[in-house]
Design a protein around this ligand. Sequence first.
Ligand code: UDP
Ligand code: MG
Length: 150
Amino acid sequence: MERTFVMVKPDGVQRGLVGEIIQRLENRGLRLVAAKFMSVEKSLAERHYAIHEGKPFYKGLIEYITSSPVLAMAWEGPSAISAVRQTMGATSPIEAAPGSVRHDFGLEIGRNLTHASDSPENAASEIALWFSKAELVNWKRETDRWIFEK
Ligand code: UDP
Ligand code: MG
């Protein structure tokens, strides 16, 4: 079982896509672990995107993420990290596969609606950055055995 960090970015919230994006992750069979609707402090945005510091899009990215509230979430399931990246689609909506969130709702890389962790290491550090231990809910779902093989 893997956990991954997922965020509906300000454009997704403003465009009323929170329900749609959660629905897609639920449909996939992933299990919600944590969710928090919040404004993002600049310092948190900078820590979250530290890996992109110095890149040409960095300043705009920090402005975008702090411009309006986001929905921060953690989801779990087998191969959750790649499953969620696949559901969201490639970073640029123009390259994202049809049927993915970024394809179906986006056009521009700087307005690509969601974030999802890209590796087990980043998933662990992003979940720890955005959530306290007490905010992560360990629970069993009645349908788990019909979705998870083991
Ligand atoms: N981004 C951008 N312009 C670029 C590349 C990235 O605005 O040329 C933004 C975009 O919001 C993207 C985020 O920076 O989601 C992080 O980039 P990354 O390459 O990590 O993409 P992701 O992991 O979100 O698919
Ligand atoms: Mg990334």
